[in-house]
Design a protein around this ligand. Structure first.
Ligand code: ZN
Length: 335
């Protein structure tokens, strides 16, 4: 994925996005990928991709030919991995060579133009270099994740590996509930990250706004106030939590840890998560309607809306998970 020749072999990667990424982020030179420093101005996706480098690095091995396309300092072409890291040099030191030197730039007629070794690592590297002879073939790249050499790039396998290695945050299952409502999952995620424009955030950005909570008009609006210190919000959450069989708490962090560790049967656990996420979503919607449309609804209306939204979501499981559907519906419609 990181080299033009590899990309050419993978038609699915020849996307507009890759073209944009190469042009704008890598300054038209795909070799910059390994050396590029993350910048604050980079988008979320670019940052995520750059942060995958450490993981992906060990999976992509350069097979030397003429050495003209392999970056000496940054690519994975020796048994030591990236030479820059292996030698533990200061960030600006490249032993008198260019930062973006290729392997062939450092090899002149079979001799390596590096200064005499000054550390065990440099000695090990130079000893290894004496065993290498460049050929006239083009350099190539081998995908070898987990030391298994792949005949070609496999998006499925790489995706599985990235997922497997992804450090999972403790709130992952509370937010990204399988069988959840995607827009509810998404807003819950934004709230966990505290990235929504609540009044306290707007003020912290130096903008003018009335700081009061739009739901109770009695405190400064913040994520933690909305979920669920606010008496209006808590009324909604309390009703839905009890209906789904979990214990409602008012403190955001406590409520989040409760959702992470629900010790309930599967059908009740899923109902609790659906209720929690729907409450977050519908309260935020109510707050926005009050702010932008001057529309006000009673807490009882929001509870009714959430109840029917959850019922619809449970109904959607009828064919795919009939037993779960039956147990959830029975529990949701009890009384
Ligand atoms: Zn309030």
């Amino acid at each position: 994925m990181l080299k033009q020749r590899v990309i050419k072999k993978v038609p699915g990667l020849l996307s507009l996005w890759v073209a944009w990424f190469t042009k704008r982020i890598l300054s038209r030179n795909i070799n910059n990928f390994w050396a590029l420093r993350e910048k604050q101005s980079h988008s979320y996706t670019v940052k995520k991709l750059l942060r995958c480098r450490d993981l992906a690095f060990s999976w992509i091995k350069a097979k030397l030919g003429n050495g003209r396309n392999t970056m000496f300092w940054f690519e994975n072409w020796t048994p030591f991995g990236g030479i820059k890291d292996f030698l533990r040099l200061p960030s600006s030191s490249f032993l008198g060579t260019r930062q973006n030197a290729t392997v062939s730039d450092i090899n002149h007629n079979g001799a390596w133009s590096l200064p005499s070794p000054r550390s065990e690592e440099q000695l090990a590297l130079q000893t290894h270099l004496t065993t290498i002879t460049l050929s006239t073939d083009e350099d190539s790249y081998i995908w070898s994740p987990e030391d298994k050499q792949l005949p070609s790039y496999s998006t499925g396998m790489i995706y599985k590996l990235i997922t497997l290695h992804k450090p999972q945050v403790p709130w992952y299952t509370a937010v990204w509930t399988t069988k959840g409502i995607p827009k509810h999952n998404f807003l819950a995620w934004m709230m966990v990250l505290n990235r929504c424009p609540t009044k306290d955030m707007i003020l912290s950005w130096g903008l003018q706004t009335n700081p009061n909570c739009l739901l109770c008009n009695n405190a400064v609006e913040s994520r933690d106030h909305l979920y669920f210190v606010c008496p209006f919000s808590f009324e909604v959450w309390e009703a839905l939590a009890i209906k789904s069989g979990c214990h409602p708490v008012r403190q955001w962090s406590h409520s989040l840890t409760t959702m992470q560790s629900l010790a309930l049967p599967k059908h009740q656990k899923l109902l609790s998560l659906l209720s929690w996420q729907s409450t977050i979503y519908l309260l935020w919607t109510e707050r926005n309607h009050r702010l932008h449309r001057q529309q006000f609804h009673q807490s009882s209306t929001i509870i009714t809306n959430a109840t029917s939204m959850i019922k619809n979501q449970v109904s959607s499981l009828r064919n795919s998970s009939p037993r779960l559907y039956f147990l959830m519906m029975l529990y949701w419609l009890r009384d």
